[in-house]
Design a protein around this ligand. Structure first.
Ligand SMILES: C[S@@+](CC[C@H](N)C(=O)[O-])C[C@H]1O[C@@H](n2cnc3c(N)ncnc32)[C@H](O)[C@@H]1O
Ligand SMILES: [Zn+2]
Length: 1013
C-alpha cells in the first residue's frame, strides 16, 4: 500500500511552514529550554512524517492538515499558529490505525520523533540512545511525564519539582560558604585569564572584547562603499557601555549613565572601535589577545607576548627557526591547569599556585536594577574570593562530587571542535573557576539530598515503594537537568555577548559545535531569581515539564526508553515494528559522545549515591554503572566507554582508539560501515511491509552516497524523498561551517529483488525520474523539493534491484550514474511541461543543464538581482551534471564566486546595457566569440536579439552554427524552456528567450510569415 508520505499530495509546504514556526522567537517548544541538546528536529515535521507514514496515500489531506498537524492556514495558504502547541486529534479510524502500530527510533537524541509518536497515540513507541546522557533526558521527556499522567500525578509532579527546586536554592542560599563568596546583588561576573607578562612581570588580563553592551534600538547598518563606512551603524542605541584600561586597572564607561540618556543617537563602529555622539568621539579598545594569530599585548608595558621556548625556559618575540616554541599564553594556561591540580591535591601551597604564569581573574560585576544592567569594575577583593573558594575545595579534595574525570585525549581532524584540551584542560573540574566549581558541587549534593527527602516523604504518605522511588527519580532528574543548564552557562568557556538585547547575554558552553577556548567568560550567581541562575532556570524546567505533561495527557501509547547501540539493537531481538522513523547523526557534524560528557559527569553524580569510597548506584543505574558479577563498576565517562560505537565521522577519535594514525578515507569507510550496520539492525526489526523513514542533512552530495550505500546494501529501496526545514537558520557553528538548515527525509521499504544490467536500470531510472518530475511540476512543486523528489524516483529505480551487474562501488555509482539520470529526467520533464517539445528534445549540454536547473530551481535574491547559491546549492544543482564548482566558476564562467556565495551569471535586466555588462562579466566577445557551452550561445543570441534587427540576428545565428551547430541547437532548446512558464514573469531572461526563439524561427520576417512561423 502506498502511503501519504510517498505521495505527491503530502502537504510539504504546510509542514515546512509549521516547522519554521518553531524556530521563531516564541515558537520554540518549551521543553527544549530545559537543557541543551544538538540537532533537535522540529516537532511539526516529526509529527507530519510519522502520521503520513502510517496513513494511506488517499488519506484526506485537509483532515491531515487540520486535525493531525493542527495548523490554521489563512487565505494566502500561510500557517498562522504554532501547531506543536496543540495535541493532534485524528478522526477515530486514523486513531485506531495508529494504535495498532509499533514505532521505533534508534537514534532518539532529545526525542522529537518519539514524543510526537506518543502524542499521535501509536500503540507502542520505543526510543533508543547510545549515550547515557541522552537516555536520561529521554526518560525525562517521554517516560516520567507519561507515567505521572497515568498515575494521575501530572500536576503534582510539576508542583513538586518547583517545591524541591526552591528547597535546593534556599539551602544553598543559607550555606555560610556561599554567603561569604557572593555579593547578594551581583548577578554575573565577567572574567578572563591574566598572564604574567614576560617583559614587565606584571599580570595583564587578556581581553577578547572590551564591549559590555552595544544594543541598537533603531540603528541601521551603513552601506559599504561611497559615503558609508564598513562596520558602522548609525541611529538610536538603547545601551552603550564598554571597558577601558586606566592606571593599571579596568574601568567601566557607561555612556547611558554618562549622558543620562535612555536612548543615545550615535554612530558606532565596532570593528574600528569607536563611538561618535554629537561630535564627540570615544575610542573602544581592540582585543589584546588573538589566539589564532598567537599574539597578545601586555596592557601595562605594551609589549608583545609571543613565544615560550621550553628548552631555554624563556620568552621570545620572534619564532626562532627550528627551535621548539609554543605561544606563551598557551604555555601559561597549561601551567595553571597543572599547578591547580597540585594545589588541590595538597602538593603545593596557594602562594605557589598564585605564582602560576596564568590565573583566572574577574573584570566586571554586573548588577540588575529595575530590569537594567549596571556594570562595575571588579576589585582585587572580588578576585580574592576565587582563592577562598579554592581553599575550601582543597579541604574537600577526594570528595567524589568533584568531577575529576578525564577529558578526551584527541582533538579531531574533521569533527566539531574538541580542541579545548590543548590548553591543558584535561579534567572536567578544570572547566570551572573555583567559585563556580564549589557552588556546583554543593548544588549536586543538595539535589541528591532532595531526592532522598522526596522518597521519604512519599513513603510516609504510604505510597508504594515503587511509586515513591520512581517519583523521587523523576524529581531528581528534573532538578539535575536544571543544574545541567546552569552548568552550561557557568564555565570558563562561556562568552559575554554585548550585541543582543536581552538579559541573556551569555553564550553557553555548548553553543558551538564544540567546546572552544574563550576570553571574557561569565560566572552566573546561583541564587537570585534571574534568567540563567539556578532559580531562574527552575522556571524553564517547570514550563518544560508542564508542556510534556500536556503532550502526554491524552495518549494511550506505551513508551519505552532503551539504552542500546543502534548498530546492534540487541535488547530488541524478538520484536517487530511497523514503522522506524529516525534521524541518524550526520557525518562529522557533532561529536556527541565527548561533548555530552560535559553533562554526563554532573548527571551521574546527581542521580547516584555518594560515600567516602565513591559513587554508588541509585537512579537510572544502567546509565552510570556496569554490573560485574555482584558488584557495580562506575562508568567514568561516555567517551572512554562508548566513543568507538558512536555513528560518526571523526579521525581523531578513530586514530586514538585504534592506536595508529587513520586516514580520512578509512575514517569515512568506518562511518559508512557503522551507518550500514544500523540499517541492518533496523531491517531486522522492521516488518516486511513496514516503512523506514530517515532524516539526513544534505549539504554534501557525499553524504547522500553514504546514506544510499548504507541503506541499499541492507536491503532497503528508496520510495520517496523530500527536504524539510530543520535547524535554526541563524546558528553559530564551530569553525565557520555553513549552517545546515534543511534535512532530507528519505522513505525506504524493505525488499530489493533480482539483478539487472545498468543499461536497463538506467532506462527505468530515467523514465521514472521523468514521470515523477512531471507529477511534481503539475503538483506545483519547485526548487529543491522538485529536484530531491526527482532524485528519489531515480534512486528508487536503482535501489529496487538487489544488484546491478558490474557495480561494486555504490557511492561512485550513485554519483556518476544515478544523479545524472535524475538531472536528465528532470530536464526532459521540464521540456514536456513547458510544452511543445517532442521526445529527445531535452537540454543535454552540461553547462546548459546546470544553468537551466539553477534558473528553474532557485529564485533570484532581491539584493543581488541574481540567483545566489551557497556551496550546498551549487552541489545539489550540479549533482547530475558532473561539473564541480571550480569548473563552473573558472572554465565555463557560469557562476561567479563572491566570498562564500556563488552568483549565477545571468542578465540583470533586458536592456542592451545589461547584456553588454553580462558579456563583459562572462568574458564573451560578441564579435569573435569562443564557445565554452550552450550558455555562451544563449547569452550571445540574447545580446544579438536586443542589439540587432532580425536579419542581422539571423546572420549571426548562422555564423554561430558554422562554429558549433550542436551547441546552437542546445541553446535554442534552452531558450524555449526559459521562455516558458517555469520562470517567474518578472525574470528578464524570460522575455529575452522568447525573443530569441521568435527571431530564430523567423517570426517577424517576411519569410517567416510566409512559412507560417
Ligand atoms: C541527529 S541526533 C537525533 C536528534 C533527535 N532526532 C532530536 O530531535 O532530538 C542523533 C543521535 O544519535 C545518537 N547516536 C549516535 N550513535 C549512536 C548509536 N550507535 N546508537 C544509538 N544512538 C546513537 C547520538 O547520541 C544523537 O543523539
Ligand atoms: Zn608587560
Amino acid at each position: 500500500m502506498e502511503t501519504l508520505i510517498e505521495s505527491p499530495d503530502f502537504p510539504m509546504d504546510i509542514v515546512n511552514q509549521a516547522a519554521a514556526k518553531e524556530k521563531q522567537g516564541g515558537g520554540r517548544p518549551e521543553f527544549w529550554e530545559m537543557v541543551f541538546w544538538w540537532t533537535r528536529k522540529p516537532l511539526a515535521s516529526a509529527r507530519a512524517v510519522l502520521a503520513a507514514a502510517a496513513l494511506p496515500a488517499d488519506a484526506k489531506v485537509s483532515m491531515f492538515v487540520s486535525q493531525v498537524l493542527r495548523t490554521r492556514v489563512n487565505m494566502r495558504n500561510e500557517v498562522e499558529n504554532v501547531p506543536h502547541r496543540e495535541n493532534p486529534s485524528p478522526p477515530p479510524e486514523w486513531r485506531e490505525r495508529f494504535a495498532k502500530m509499533r514505532v521505533l527510533d534508534p537514534f532518539a537524541g532529545f526525542g522529537s520523533i518519539p514524543l510526537e509518536a506518543v502524542r499521535l497515540g501509536f500503540g507502542e513507541v520505543v526510543a533508543v540512545e547510545l549515550l547515557p546522557t541522552a537516555y536520561v533526558f529521554l526518560k525525562a521527556v517521554l517516560e516520567y511525564p507519561k507515567w505521572a499522567v497515568e498515575k494521575g500525578l501530572g500536576q503534582q509532579l510539576v508542583k513538586d519539582v518547583e517545591r524541591w527546586g526552591r528547597w535546593v536554592a534556599e539551602q544553598l542560599a543559607q550555606d555560610p560558604d556561599i554567603k561569604e563568596l557572593y555579593d547578594p546583588d551581583v548577578a554575573v561576573c565577567i572574567g578572563t585569564w591574566e598572564v604574567k607578562c614576560p617583559h614587565c612581570g606584571k599580570y595583564t588580563p587578556l581581553i577578547g572584547n572590551w564591549w559590555l553592551a552595544r544594543v541598537s534600538k533603531a540603528a541601521s547598518e551603513e552601506e559599504e562603499g561611497e559615503g558609508g563606512e564598513e562596520g558602522a551603524r548609525s541611529g538610536l542605541f538603547s545601551r552603550l557601555a564598554w571597558m577601558d584600561w586606566e592606571n593599571g586597572s579596568v574601568k567601566v564607561v557607561d555612556l547611558n549613565r554618562e549622558l543620562k540618556a535612555k536612548l543615545i543617537k550615535a554612530k558606532v563602529n565596532a570593528r574600528q572601535g569607536y563611538v561618535e555622539v554629537g561630535g564627540r568621539k570615544y575610542n573602544v579598545r581592540h582585543p589584546n589577545v588573538n589566539a589564532r594569530g598567537e599574539a597578545a599585548t601586555c596592557l601595562h608595558c605594551g609589549n608583545q607576548i609571543r613565544y615560550y621556548l621550553p628548552k631555554l625556559n624563556r620568552h621570545s618575540v620572534e619564532k626562532p627557526k627550528g627551535a621548539e616554541a609554543v605561544w606563551y599564553v598557551k604555555h601559561a594556561l597549561r601551567e595553571w591547569n597543572r599547578m591547580l591540580e597540585e594545589y588541590l591535591s595538597g602538593r603545593i601551597e596557594l602562594e605557589k599556585l598564585l605564582e602560576s604564569p596564568a590565573k583566572p581573574t574577574l573584570l566586571v560585576k554586573v548588577k540588575v536594577r529595575e530590569g537594567d544592567l549596571e556594570f562595575e569594575p571588579a576589585t582585587k577583593q572580588d578576585t580574592e574570593r576565587l582563592w577562598k573558594a579554592l581553599e575550601k575545595l582543597r579541604k574537600m579534595w577526594g570528595d567524589p562530587d568533584i568531577p575529576s574525570e578525564d577529558l578526551w585525549k584527541y582533538t579531531s581532524g574533521t569533527a566539531g571542535n574538541l580542541s579545548i584540551i590543548i590548553w591543558g584542560f584535561d579534567k572536567f573540574y578544570k572547566l570551572f573557576n573555583p567559585r563556580q566549581l564549589l557552588t556546583l558541587v554543593k548544588l549536586v549534593k543538595l539535589i541528591r539530598e532532595a531526592g532522598k527527602k522526596v522518597e521519604e516523604e512519599k513513603l510516609r504518605e504510604r505510597w508504594s515503594k515503587e511509586d515513591a522511588f520512581k517519583y523521587a527519580e523523576a524529581i531528581t532528574a528534573y532538578l539535575a537537568m536544571t543544574l545541567m543548564k546552569h552548568v552550561d552557562y557557568n564555565t570558563i568557556v562561556t562568552l559575554w555577548n554585548p550585541g543582543s538585547w536581552s538579559w541573556n547575554k551569555v553564550a553557553h558552553t555548548l553553543s558551538m559545535r564544540g567546546i572552544a577556548m574563550q576570553w571574557n567568560w561569565c560566572e552566573i550567581a546561583p541564587i537570585p531569581d534571574l534568567p540563567l541562575t539556578y532559580m531562574g532556570i527552575l522556571g524553564n524546567t517547570q514550563d518544560g515539564l508542564s508542556y510534556l505533561i500536556f503532550a502526554a495527557s491524552n495518549s494511550l501509547s506505551g513508551v519505552k526508553v532503551i539504552l542500546d547501540d543502534a548498530t546492534l539493537l540487541s535488547s530488541l531481538s524478538s520484536e517487530k515494528f511497523d514503522l522506524v522513523v529516525t534521524d541518524p547523526p550526520y557525518r562529522d557534524d557533532v561529536p556527541y559522545v565527548e561533548l555530552s560528557d560535559f553533562f554526563y559527569v554532573w548527571l551521574k553524580r546527581a542521580l547516584s549515591d555518594a560515600s567516602n569510597s565513591g559513587l554508588a548506584p541509585r537512579f537510572a543505574v544502567e546509565a552510570f554503572f556496569k554490573r560485574v558479577g555482584m558488584t557495580y563498576r562506575e562508568l567514568r565517562t561516555q567517551w572512554e566507554e562508548l566513543a568507538p560505537r558512536e555513528v560518526g565521522l571523526n579521525a581523531g577519535r578513530l586514530s586514538y582508539f585504534s592506536g595508529r594514525e587513520v586516514s580520512e578515507e578509512e575514517t569515512r569507510r568506518h562511518f559508512i560501515e557503522l551507518l550500514h550496520r544500523s540499517f541492518l539492525s533496523m531491517r531486522r526489526l522492521l516488518k516486511d511491509d513496514g516503512l523506514l523513514v530517515t532524516y539526513y542533512a544534505h549539504t554534501d552530495p557525499e553524504a547522500w552516497e553514504e546514506l544510499i550505500s548504507a541503506g541499499w546494501r541492507a536491503g532497503f529501496r528508496v520510495t520517496a524523498a523530500f527536504p524539510v526545514a530543520t535547524e535554526f537558520a541563524l546558528r553559530v557553528t564551530g569553525r565557520g561551517k555553513a549552517a545546515l538548515d534543511t534535512s532530507i527525509v528519505v522513505v525506504w521499504r524493505p525488499g530489493v529483488r533480482g539483478e539487472a544490467l545498468w543499461d536497463q536500470v538506467y532506462r527505468e531510472a530515467l523514465a521514472s525520474a521523468e514521470e515523477r518530475a512531471l507529477e511534481l511540476l503539475r503538483a506545483g512543486r519547485s526548487g529543491v523539493d522538485l529536484f530531491v523528489g526527482t532524485l528519489a524516483a531515480t534512486l528508487s529505480a536503482v535501489t529496487s534491484r538487489e544488484r546491478i551487474v558490474g557495480v561494486d562501488d555504490v557511492g561512485k555509482f550513485v554519483r556518476e550514474r544515478a544523479y545524472p539520470a535524475a538531472a536528465r529526467g528532470l530536464a526532459r520533464a521540464i521540456s514536456r511541461y513547458v510544452g511543445g517539445s517532442e521526445a529527445g528534445e531535452e537540454v543535454r549540454d552540461t553547462g546548459a543543464l546546470f544553468y537551466m536547473l539553477a534558473k528553474i530551481l532557485l529564485l533570484p535574491s532581491r539584493r543581488a538581482g541574481r540567483r545566489v547559491m551557497d556551496r550546498s546549492a551549487v552541489h545539489i544543482i550540479s549533482f547530475g551534471t558532473g561539473l564541480d564548482s571550480k569548473e563552473l566558476v573558472n572554465k565555463l564562467r557560469v557562476v561567479e564566486r563572491r566570498g562564500e556565495a556563488f552568483h549565477l551569471l545571468e542578465p540583470r535586466g533586458g536592456g542592451r546595457d545589461e547584456l553588454v555588462e553580462l558579456m563583459r562579466e562572462r568574458g564573451l566577445d560578441p564579435k569573435r566569440p569562443q564557445l565554452r557551452s550552450a550558455v555562451d550561445v544563449l547569452h550571445l543570441l540574447e545580446y544579438y536579439a536586443v542589439a540587432l534587427d532580425v536579419r542581422s540576428f539571423r546572420e549571426r545565428l548562422d555564423g554561430l552554427r558554422s562554429l558549433n551547430a550542436v551547441l546552437v541547437e542546445e541553446a535554442l532548446r534552452l531558450a524555449r524552456v526559459l521562455g516558458g512558464r517555469l520562470l517567474p514573469l518578472n525574470d528578464p531572461e524570460r522575455a529575452l528567450c522568447q525573443r530569441v526563439t521568435s527571431y530564430a524561427t523567423g517570426a517577424g520576417t517576411l519569410e517567416g510569415w510566409l512559412h507560417g512561423a
